[in-house]
Ligand binder design. Structure first.
Ligand code: PHE
Length: 354
């Protein structure tokens, strides 16, 4: 203690006020009171000038220490408060991702699910994987060669009329287009297998396809196919027929069967269309199947040697079969959807049913 001024008491008083401060606002106010221009310490410092040198020196040192202490106390309390406020702010704005808000998208009662076409694709993949196939994919934008040429459909071939094509670029050096079927993925797989020396192939290839069709109850301009390709030694048409029958009963149920009818595809020889028992009338005949009891699902056949030639596979050594059918058509059949356009209209009342 020096003279009448109790510096320690001032510091204690300041410490009490600083510790009691609980917010940024309060600590600012306390700082002005205990160390600002009008504080007792500041006033004492100003009074030093009128003191005799000896006393001034002693009190000056004490005041200097006191102010340093007060500044340190202020700073440490300030950072405590800042930390507490920030923590509180973060706790308040934290998102509870598990919170259930009834009637909103976030609630489990109204959580979305995969689109029926995706579900159908998954189910078809499961069936084929169970039969020993693996699953591959290819690009939706193709060159003329992959979509047509390599599949034994040269430029002037009349069979090009079977696929109404969306071209992205026509002409030189080569046309590009939106693939009209998943068959070009066969070419990619065979090319890769030849490069890597990994024949045989047992693969299915699901994916989106495009055709310049006017949508109707059984067609969409953007639709989905699943392609199948087996290239191995000694593969026969019986393997193809057996694979299709096994798939049909596994996917549609034991009372639905398949049959093959002669058809033409440039990339298979012989070729067939495959039909399955109409799931609506179970073969009895109805309007959907035009009283035949059968519904056409896709095409198939033995891989044409010309296709093997375009990818460099020796047709004397290897044989194979391929098939391709509509995923949307499968969904339509299995769930008895009268109009395929319902799949893309995004009417939630329709989609929710599946
Ligand atoms: N790619 C043919 C189509 O879309 C279907 C098919 C695939 C036919 C494989 C035979 C073999 O019409």
């Amino acid at each position: 203690m020096t003279g009448a001024l109790d510096v320690d008491a001032l510091v204690d008083e300041a410490r009490g006020a600083i510790e009691a401060a609980d917010s940024t606002e309060e600590i600012r106010h306390v700082a002005a009171t205990v160390s600002g221009k009008k504080s007792a310490l500041a006033e004492a410092s100003r009074a030093l000038g009128s003191m005799d040198p000896e006393a001034r020196k002693e009190l000056g040192r004490e005041l200097h220490e006191a102010r340093t202490t007060v500044e340190e106390l202020l700073e440490s309390r300030r950072s405590e408060i800042r930390f507490a406020e920030l923590s509180a702010e973060m706790a308040a704005s934290r998102l509870d991702l598990t919170e259930y808000v009834p009637g909103t998208v976030a609630g489990p009662g109204s959580r979305g699910h995969l689109h029926l076409v995706s579900q159908t694709r998954d189910a078809l993949e499961d069936v084929f994987v169970g039969m020993g196939f693996d699953v591959a994919e290819g690009p939706e934008i193709e060159t003329d060669w992959y979509n047509f040429g390599a599949l034994n459909i040269p430029p002037a071939h009349p069979a090009r009329g079977m696929w109404d094509t969306f071209y992205l670029h026509l002409g030189e050096p080569e046309s590009t287009l939106l693939r009209t079927h998943t068959s070009p993925v066969q070419i990619h797989l065979m090319e890769q297998a030849v490069l890597d020396g990994t024949l045989p192939i047992h693969s299915v290839m699901p994916g989106r396809c495009y055709r310049r069709d006017t949508p109707d109850a059984r067609h969409l301009a953007v639709f989905h196919q699943i392609e199948g390709l087996v290239v191995d030694r000694g593969i026969t048409f019986a393997d193809l027929a057996g694979t299709i029958e096994t798939f049909t009963t596994a996917y549609f149920g034991p009372d639905i069967h398949s049959r093959l009818r002669p058809a033409y595809f440039p990339f298979t020889e012989p070729s067939a269309e495959f039909e399955v028992t109409c799931a609506i009338c179970h073969g009895g005949g109805c309007r959907t199947c035009s009283q035949t009891g059968w519904i056409e699902l896709g095409g198939c056949g033995m891989v044409d040697p010309a296709v093997f030639a375009s990818v460099g596979i020796d047709a004397d050594d290897w044989t194979g079969f391929a098939f391709g059918f509509g995923i949307d058509r499968c969904a339509q059949m299995r769930h008895q959807i009268a109009d395929m356009r319902a799949l893309i209209e995004n009417d939630i009342r329709f989609l929710r049913q599946f």
